[in-house]
Design a binder for this molecule. Structure first.
Ligand code: M6R
Length: 369
């Protein structure tokens, strides 16, 4: 059942190109247009929405954080993202013009379920993004967009995360389409980029041996830090979460710009710091900023592990270890940048003798609040 892999997690990491392709399948017509008729909230209702609120937990929450960038950029609707377990306790402001998106692999996470119930009681419309047909969260939502990752068995979420991202991009594009903030040509261009991502993930997977070797060499460390900016920031959070749950190591993700506001004090000789570098194209200001962040931490002794696009030469002088990812449009970069971090965490867990598929103290779906 593990298909020749030692762990379900490895199998599920390898299945990601297919999971991404399957989640796009049937949602794009022959002309390359988006067809999301399955979302049972009418275009008229979606045009009325003046706010999007995303609720989720753990890895699904990280996909929501990334979705915010796409939703706000493509639709110009304000979007908040909140941990489901915090959401209803602060008495959030919701009404019929609020679109709440509940993201959950299992569809059974109690915190997310309680958040969506609260949202519906306040009159908000709830769209579920879910990987499990007929589970509680989609059943209790107004509409659902299923991710087609297939069953995810390992406790650590991998392929579900990538497909949640794809589903979020599709929702963002759809909102842009019905609201007229994104036009056919632009939407088709993003869809073309999305259709190529499976191949890019495949290429990343083919080049993971040095990442595994690096992970093994760090098995004796206590702490690993992760830095990112823009959509790379939630990727850093996800890399840190994977390491905590699998390798039982102290791992933290930071927004790179926050370094000088405190975290830089943590940097000491030979501390591994993973940095997710945005594309040098387009938002080059952002890229330049993170290159100086890498310089700053390296000057203080950090061992820099840099994830950067192919052809990005500016990082070479400051990277102790360089992990290359294919050139990808900025907003979609998390789909490729996350993959090495999954492999890294899985290999570290193995090297430390941990149970990869069933980490201590954790359950695949958390059905208590
Ligand atoms: O089933 P869900 O997507 O609602 O689960 C949410 C989190 O419990 C889940 O993502 C958890 O953080 C994973 N173990 C992370 O790998």
């Amino acid at each position: 059942e593990k298909g020749g892999y030692d762990y379900f997690m490895l199998k599920e990491i390898a299945e990601q190109p297919k999971a991404v392709a399957d989640t796009l399948l049937g949602r794009i017509d022959a002309a390359g247009n988006l067809t999301l008729d399955e979302v049972r909230i009418s275009a008229a209702e979606l045009r009325e929405m003046d706010k999007v609120v995303i609720v989720a937990c753990g890895t699904a929450f990280h996909s929501g954080l990334i979705a915010k960038y796409a939703i706000e950029h493509w639709t110009r609707i304000p979007c908040e993202v909140e941990l489901a377990s915090e959401f209803r306790y602060r008495d959030p402001i919701l009404d019929a013009q609020t679109l709440v998106i509940a993201i959950s692999q299992s569809g059974e996470t109690m915190d997310t379920l309680m958040a969506l119930r609260h949202a519906r009681e306040q009159g908000a419309k709830v769209l579920a993004i879910c990987n499990t047909n007929g589970s509680t969260i989609p059943r209790e939502s107004d509409a659902v967009l299923y991710t087609h990752a297939g069953p995810e068995v390992a406790v650590a979420s991998t392929k579900a995360f990538l497909t949640q991202l794809v589903a979020c991009y599709l929702v963002a594009l759809y909102l842009g389409q019905v609201r007229g903030t994104k036009w056919g040509d632009e939407i088709r261009a993003v869809i073309r980029d999305l259709s190529r991502i499976g191949g890019a993930v495949e290429r990343v997977l083919e080049t993971m041996e040095p990442v595994r070797a690096l992970a093994r060499s760090l098995a004796g460390k206590d702490t690993v830090l992760f830095l990112g900016r823009h959509v790379g920031y939630p990727v850093a959070l996800e890399g840190a979460l994977k390491l905590k749950e699998l390798a039982y190591m102290h791992a933290e993700g930071f927004a790179a710009g926050e370094l000088k506001h405190g975290p830089i004090a943590l940097i000491e000789e030979d501390l591994p710091v993973v940095v997710v570098v945005p594309s040098p194209r387009g938002r080059s200001l952002l890229h330049d900023k993170i290159v100086s962040n890498i310089q700053e931490i390296r000057a203080r002794g950090a061992r820099t592990i840099v994830i950067a696009e192919e052809g990005d030469e500016a990082v070479e002088a400051y990277a102790d270890h360089l992990i290359r990812i294919p050139v990808t449009p900025t907003l979609l970069q998390p789909l490729v940048a996350t993959v090495p971090l999954q492999v890294f965490a899985c290999e570290l867990a193995t090297a430390r003798g941990n149970e990869v598929d069933q980490p201590r103290n954790l359950a695949k779906s958390v059905t208590v609040e």
